[in-house]
Design a protein around this ligand. Structure first.
Ligand code: SF4
Length: 281
């Protein structure tokens, strides 16, 4: 069972994903974590943010969930890796937050995005929160690295309006170097979404010296075009806004001296996707 506290009254739910947040769920014991993961009645959330226009269509309410199985070299939120760095939030509490913003989200043709971390670590919580959002007529988007895609049934996937799939690399060795895990399940998930004709927005992080090889980008573009269900590609420039988190957490940050890509490099990458007939930005 979860310890009696299921929310940290003093910790604001709304915060920036760039805030360093640690140990907000440290009072939850292992049994409590397991029970939450198994039931999906509670989740662990780094923060909620509103007003985002880059995390799905329209204006979004975003919940940043904690827990991630990847260890991306370029991660700008390493405080989301550990599930208990997030605050425990019950489904009814999450629904209250959504209800608060429901009118604005509908007027601004936006919706709810569950991101992380990797939200699929807490897939049962994700499904419960999405079901509640859809009952309110709110668009739902899942921002995922795709590795745990098989945790969702085909029916579950029909209930998720959009999958924002973050593809770190197509080359298996490069993917392992970046994320510490294989990309086989990620690619399989993308193909399954294609077979089910569920829309994907592909997200690709452009990191100088790591993911900016022309051949690799072209192959990703070809892969995305072949899927046939990629509605949009976002080329996201690497930045250093998360560097302080690596420092504060005492973690070794390999990319500490890597500069953001130039505008020209970003445009070049976008052009490679567009050359395969994709809408890229
Ligand atoms: S998948 Fe996302 S949250 Fe997880 S390590 Fe990679 S960048 Fe960070």
């Amino acid at each position: 069972m979860m310890n009696k506290e299921v929310s940290n009254a003093d910790v604001p739910l709304m915060a920036s994903p760039y805030d360093l947040r640690v140990s907000l769920g440290a009072h939850v014991n292992e049994g409590g974590i397991r029970a939450a993961l198994e039931s999906g009645d509670s989740g662990f959330v780094h923060s909620f943010t509103t007003g985002s226009t880059v995390d799905g269509p329209g204006v979004r309410l975003v919940a940043w969930l904690t827990g991630c199985q990847f260890r991306c070299l370029f991660c700008h939120n390493p405080d989301t890796w550990k599930i208990t760095n997030g605050m425990p939030v019950t489904v009814p509490r999450a629904v209250e937050v959504i209800q608060q913003y429901r009118h604005g989200l509908r007027v601004m043709k936006g919706g709810l995005t569950l991101s992380g971390g990797e939200p699929m670590v807490q897939h049962r919580f994700v499904l419960k929160v999405f079901a509640a959002a859809r009952d309110m007529g709110i668009h739902t988007a899942l921002d995922t690295n795709g590795f745990f895609g098989d945790r969702l049934s085909d029916t579950d996937l029909q209930a998720c309006d959009l999958v924002m799939l973050s593809l770190k690399a197509l080359d298996p060795d490069l993917h392992r170097r970046i994320a510490g895990m294989d990309n086989g399940p990620v690619l399989a998930f993308a193909r399954r979404l294609a077979a089910l004709r569920r829309p994907i927005w592909l997200r690709f992080l452009l990191v100088p010296g790591l993911t900016d090889h022309a051949g690799e980008i072209t192959r990703i573009a070809q892969f995305a075009a072949d899927l046939g269900n990629v509605e949009r590609v976002d080329v996201l420039p690497f930045h250093q806004m998360g560097r302080f988190k690596w420092d504060e957490l005492g973690m070794d940050y390999e990319l500490r001296d890597t500069e953001p890509p130039s505008r020209a490099k970003i445009e070049e990458a976008i052009a490679r996707f567009r050359a395969r007939g994709l809408k890229a930005f």
